[in-house]
Design a protein around this ligand. Structure first.
Ligand code: HEM
Ligand SMILES: [Cu+2]
Length: 543
């Protein structure tokens, strides 16, 4: 183990030490503390959604519906999807890591609108808690997509309450997007040109664009459900002159771009990790920036690939299929560029790097199967089967969640000033990779063989693959619980990290760990391109 004479001292004054009372936290406008507030609430919702997932997998161990009643099963997968998509996947990386890092990365003392930032957290938390309370009011059984006419005409569950919660959380998303956007435009340190911005910041920028442009469409769609349910005005109900397919158009016009709200920040995180731990400049920085922006823009053109079997015209289907193939191009460019960065790099197998490797592998499988379902003729067979379930879990969990954990480990020393356990973190990363594949790979086969999604019973022939999947879910759960334990442990017992334990580039590493309350005593001036890793960095200390 090599060590260099880095400043390992604990800073005397830092953002965590300035005020310990509850009101110092609940009324804080410090972006770093708000990052922690999000961290706490998002982690809470993640485990809540996880419990629902485990119940689903427990039910599916046997072909009979013996654990949950059919209605309870429907409510379980709806709660799982609603919590995970709206309250975990969409806000997680931007609101935790983004909040913490963006001002540090651009050399600013805070986000552009610190109080708006705090307000966004309150809106998010209250909206999400509200939905969780609807479970007590009789739950929701529409799935996370709220498809009409089921949601407006047939179900007697708490659709309106849940939709209200998601509607409210949307404001938090929009405000956060505006905050990042203005910060990135207006508050970059001298010399930090757009082409010197870290890729995580670029990814946050592209994500903010989608947040601001797409979220209002979702909000209006949810309002229309309320209008139809409460006033009986025919918007989606054909009997009243409405159009049931209209809902799907509006919903996916938001929700397809929303999947890029989830994955783009993950790509940003992985770019930082790959570059740092292969001690190499990121291959084709400009190509990465262009492809991030291209993904964000093309993402708006492909919503109809969710509706190949919903009765849209063949010509519309052909165009949506074509555009979907096109989105895969910039995604592939990014994957090739990460690989090219690794090539001839000096690869250091830290826990964050293991997560980055997992990301590349799993996201590639998710992306390639995305192309398979984007081919209209195949989608007719696999639509609404477990094949689609496997596809989106490979991108969302294999992609986004893995990148999130990689990022949390990478920046943990910066956020807390402490190092975590080297061994346990690697064990967790490995458990996650194995558990994940065991859970979701069998689902590709199940779906391809014809097992539909959202059923709580199935033919006996499907049992073996379902048992594998449920076993995997158990391993996966361990992979998520472990970090909770050793990261918390590190808060109290971890070794001091020092300002820059990874020898990484980037302004955030020029502050002490944890950073001072206002980030920078003197605003830094940037003179170098990003990722200027050089040979001498090869001797950086790794615990
Ligand atoms: C290469 C890029 C991608 C392509 C071409 C693609 C294509 C598709 C297609 C055609 C479907 C509809 C399948 C069906 O319902 O029959 C689908 C479903 C889905 N995809 Fe992707 N996808 C891509 C990337 C992603 C990413 C990056 C995410 C998330 C981070 C994602 C999340 C989803 C979700 C959530 C669904 C299912 C929604 C539902 O019905 O509940 N996809 N994808
Ligand atoms: Cu889509």
């Amino acid at each position: 183990m090599s060590t260099i004479a880095l400043d390992q001292r604990w800073p005397r004054d830092h953002y965590l030490s300035s005020g310990f009372r509850l009101r110092d936290w609940l009324l804080t406008t410090d972006h770093k503390r708000i990052g922690w507030l999000y961290f706490a609430s998002i982690t809470f919702f993640f485990f809540l959604g996880g419990i629902a997932a485990l119940l689903i997998r427990l039910e599916l161990i046997t072909p009979r519906g013996d654990l949950l009643s059919p209605d309870t099963y429907n409510e379980m997968f709806s709660m799982h999807g609603i919590i995970m998509v709206w309250f975990f996947l969409i806000p997680s990386i931007p609101n935790t890591l983004g909040n913490f890092l963006i001002p540090l990365m651009v050399g600013a003392r805070d986000l552009a609108f610190p109080r708006l930032n705090l307000l966004s957290w309150y809106i998010y938390t209250i909206g999400a808690l509200f939905v969780v309370l609807t479970v007590l009011l009789g739950a929701v059984d529409t799935g996370w997509t709220f498809y009409t006419p089921y949601s407006t005409l047939f179900t007697n569950t708490a659709v309106l309450a849940a939709a209200t919660g998601v509607f409210v959380v949307g404001f938090s998303t929009i405000l956060t997007g505006i905050n990042f956007m203005v910060t990135l435009h207006k508050m970059r340190a001298p010399g930090l040109t757009w082409m010197r911005l870290p890729l995580f910041a670029w990814a946050t920028y592209a994500t903010s664009l989608i947040m601001i442009l797409a979220t209002p469409v979702l909000s209006i769609t949810l309002l229309l459900i309320a209008v139809e349910r409460i006033f009986g005005i025919g918007i989606f109900d054909p009997a009243l002159g409405g159009d049931p397919i209209l809902f799907q158009h509006l919903f996916w016009f938001y929700s397809h771009p929303a999947v890029y709200i989830m994955i783009l920040p993950g790509m940003g995180v992985v770019s930082e990790l790959i570059s740092c731990f292969s001690r190499n400049r990121l291959f084709s920085y400009k190509g990465m920036v262009i492809s991030v922006m291209a993904i964000a823009l093309f993402g708006f053109l492909v919503w109809g690939h969710h509706m190949f079997v919903a009765g849209q015209s063949m010509y519309a289907g052909i165009m949506f299929s074509l555009f979907s193939f096109l989105v895969a191009l910039p995604s592939a460019i990014k994957t090739f560029n990460w690989t090219a960065t690794l090539y001839r790099g000096r690869i250091l197998l830290t826990a964050p790097m293991l997560y980055a490797f997992s990301f590349i592998g799993l996201f590639t499988i998710g992306g390639l199967t995305g192309i398979i379902v984007a081919a209209m003729t195949i989608d007719v067979h696999v639509h609404d089967t477990y094949f689609v379930v496997a596809h989106f879990h490979y991108v969302m969990v294999g992609g986004m969640v893995t990148a999130y954990l990689g990022g949390v480990h990478f920046w943990w020393p910066k956020m807390t000033g402490k190092m975590y356990s080297e061994i346990w973190s690697k064990v967790a990363a490995l458990a996650l990779f194995i558990g994940f594949n065991l859970t979701f790979f069998p689902q590709f086969i199940l779906g391809y063989q014809g097992m539909p999604r959202r059923y709580h019973e199935y033919p006996e022939d499907f049992q073996l693959l379902n048992v594998m999947s449920s076993l995997g879910a158990g391993v996966l759960a361990i992979g998520y619980l472990l970090p909770l334990v050793y990261l918390t442990w590190s808060l109290f017992k971890g070794k001091p990290a020092g300002a820059n334990p990874w020898g990484a580039t980037g302004l955030e590493w020029q502050t002490s760990s944890p950073p001072p309350k206002h980030n920078f005593v003197q605003i830094p001036t940037v003179t170098e391109p990003p990722y200027a890793y050089r040979d001498q960095d090869n001797t950086a200390p790794f615990g």
